[in-house]
Design a binder for this molecule. Structure first.
Ligand code: SF4
Ligand code: MG
Length: 332
């Protein structure tokens, strides 16, 4: 399968008055052509920082990619100049944020905003750009695009506004779309429509999507593969089936248990006890150890390596690593 992005051993730090926060600590994954990869985890797990790193949108300072690489079409994005990166942003890799209002200029008509976006990246006339804006509004399912192009952002409902933001992100035919909590600000019905729209667009354009979310319902609806992040690391990655039907990491299992189930009479939310570790001084062993019901001696001492359960499914947990026993006996 063609790889659109290859992220290798990415580390991101933030310098603060309190010290250095290690927000992303060795994240690696590939994004395949035409797939949706969801990155899930609690807030502060590093999922947004990972996606901002791909776009090189981490505020520097205080943030900094300290090591690792992000390959896109053979070039390492971490090494590109800001000017080259500006050409890539929007044209090759686009991003959609949670709040549509921050992405739109309230004083400009929607059609002009979209056309301006195109003209930043492509050398075409204003007329051609407007035509393209029209086609893109059609693609994202906005009725009467001709009339709508003349309106201002405040004249649209929240759901329609998010469609416009998606249209802006898609208008230059990017190969990769990064969506950070794209439906969190919307109510449930609209959310479902926007997720349907993502699927529809992907079928039409074969764009590859990285979807950042804390919502497993969203993941279940649209993801092909799922990466579960905890304390700055990916602890488990697999197909949607792998993660939902045969989760192996205790944290993934905990997340799935905390989702209310419609098929149970009394859907009980089971929160995971405890809180994530302090990323000023992350533990050298498994970061989930203080919250893990299965913690063993070795867990505190060494971070578990990746265990390949099958080609699509990998996990970092000593429970799945046959060397755990050996380490316990040799250490003690
Ligand atoms: Fe729990 Fe140990 Fe697995 Fe970490 S490595 S999740 S502490 S069993
Ligand atoms: Mg976030």
């Amino acid at each position: 399968m063609e790889k659109m992005l290859q992220i290798k051993n990415l580390h991101v730090q933030f310098s603060t008055y309190g010290g250095r926060v290690q927000a992303v600590r060795g994240v690696s994954f590939d994004l395949h052509k035409g797939e949706t990869l969801a990155i899930v985890g609690e807030s502060g797990c590093g999922k947004s920082v990972t996606s901002q790193s791909i776009m090189r949108l981490i505020p520097t300072p205080p943030g900094r990619i300290t090591s690792g690489s992000i390959l896109f079409k053979g070039q390492d994005l971490t090494k590109l100049s800001e000017k080259k990166m500006r050409d890539i942003r929007g044209a090759d890799i686009s991003m959609i944020f949670q709040d549509p209002m921050t992405a739109l200029n309230p004083t400009l008509r929607v059609g002009e905003q979209i056309a301006e976006n195109i003209m930043q990246h492509e050398n075409i006339s204003k007329e051609k750009a407007k035509e393209k804006a029209f086609e893109t509004l059609e693609l994202v399912g906005i009725p009467n695009p001709k009339e709508r192009l003349k309106q201002y952002p405040h004249e649209f409902s929240g759901g329609m506004r998010q469609r416009i933001v998606i249209a802006m992100a898609l208008v230059c035919n990017p190969e990769v779309l990064i969506a950070d909590e794209p439906t969190t600000a919307l109510d449930v019905t609209i959310q479902a429509q926007i997720l349907e729209l993502f699927k529809d667009i992907q079928q039409k354009t074969d764009v590859s999507i990285v979807l950042i979310t804390h919502d497993l319902g969203v993941v279940a609806q649209v993801a092909d593969r799922v990466a579960v992040m905890y304390a700055g690391k990916i602890v488990e990655i697999g197909t949607r089936r792998d993660i939902f039907y045969t989760p192996q990491h205790p944290y993934t299992k905990g997340l799935l248990r905390s989702v209310p189930r419609l098929d149970l009479y009394e859907s009980e939310l089971v929160p995971i006890a405890g809180s994530p570790p302090d990323l000023f001084a992350p533990p050298s062993g498994c970061s989930f150890a203080p919250r893990c019901p299965y913690v063993m001696e070795v867990c505190d001492r060494m971070y578990p390596a990746s265990t390949k359960l099958k080609e699509s499914h990998q996990v970092h947990c000593w429970l799945q690593d046959e060397r755990a026993q050996k380490f316990v006996t040799t250490i003690s």
